[in-house]
Design a protein around this ligand. Structure first.
Ligand code: RRO
Length: 318
């Protein structure tokens, strides 16, 4: 792979800008036979909570024409087991690719305790702080990312416990990214991932039963691509910190839109469920696109959208 694909951010070098998204690749081991993980920029682990969680009732995923919904319910083996069994595997196998550990919790203190358990272990470079799980009903369905003060409390707590880079994963269903971005910048965040899944509900049109065991879920896939690209572009107006774009990327043409909107890295989720080779194809496509367009480096694409932040038209004089 050419060096023109490498991206330097979050205190490390990503060999290319394509990562696998949290919740779609387990802890790497689960998909290592079907995806050439060490050719990618990296992966984000399934969100880790303090205690092991079995997750929500089946079915946990359901497809519909434009994408899929999930309500996995944070199933994961818990922070101690991740430290003991998952991180050593990642340390051994992810030689060139980078690892972000996704952290989740019901309270700010739970995030902090996960970080305390993992922080001095090897096998990862940064945390993705998941402030936007749509399937966590314990906070009345309100994701931390939709409440800037609550989001900042999580980040402040974690920031005090670690020197590793912290990327905050935000929710798509917000009218304005400005307040949460400002609150998290004040709390010491190092970057943002946009976006988590969008709350969605798929019903059986005959019976009225939900397609998911838990009822509603988080929607992903092609249906949310334009939402994600717009979120990155909107966030870029509020921050100079690096942005990681995710939502509906299946092809190089999708990834490049996120880069143009301002993302330095992209993450792939649903598409790699459907086709485990899609992430490798996106890496190859971007590499070829950089050369075909006569660019020195993939970073020339970042923020290159030809889109003015136009003001609404005012009525002119009669
Ligand atoms: O586990 C899940 O159900 C889940 C999580 Br933590 C998340 O952040 N986003 C999502 O769509 N599902």
């Amino acid at each position: 792979m050419s060096s023109s694909m490498a991206q330097e951010l979050l205190g490390t070098s990503f060999q290319n800008p394509v990562l696998l998204a949290a919740g779609t690749c387990g802890f790497g081991e689960e998909i290592a036979e079907v995806v050439e993980l060490d050719r990618l920029g990296g992966l984000v682990t399934k969100s880790v909570t303090l205690e092991p969680r079995l997750g929500n009732p089946a079915p946990r995923v359901a497809e519909f024409r434009a994408g899929m919904v999930n309500s996995v319910g944070l199933a994961n083996p818990g922070a101690h087991e991740v430290r003991k069994r998952k991180l050593p595997w990642l340390r051994e196998r992810m030689v060139r690719a980078r690892v972000l550990v996704s952290v989740a919790g019901h309270t700010p203190d739970e995030f902090v305790r996960v970080v305390e358990i993992l922080d001095d272990a090897d096998g990862f470079q940064a945390y993705e702080i998941n402030l936007s799980c749509p399937n966590d009903t314990r906070r009345g369905g309100l994701a931390f990312a939709l409440d800037p003060d609550a989001a900042a409390r999580v980040l402040e707590g974690v920031r005090r416990r670690t020197e590793r880079p912290l990327v905050a994963k935000l929710a798509p269903n917000t009218p304005d990214f400005g307040p949460v971005i400002r609150a998290l910048e004040g709390a010491g965040v190092d970057g943002f991932t946009l976006v988590n899944t969008l709350p969605g509900l798929v019903l059986d049109p005959e019976t009225g039963e939900p397609a998911l065991g838990a009822g509603a879920g988080g929607m992903s896939g092609p249906a949310i691509r334009a939402v994600g690209v717009h979120a990155v572009w909107s966030a870029a107006a509020h921050t100079r910190l690096p942005l990681l774009g995710v939502g509906g990327i299946a092809e190089g043409q999708d990834a490049v839109q996120y880069l143009m909107a301002g993302a330095s890295l992209v993450q792939m989720g649903s598409a790699s469920f459907w086709d485990p080779r899609s992430s490798g194809r996106v890496v190859n496509w971007l590499d070829a696109a950089v050369r075909r367009r006569g660019l020195d480096h993939v970073r020339a694409l970042v923020g290159s959208a030809r889109l003015e932040r136009k003001k609404p038209q005012e009525p002119g004089p009669e």
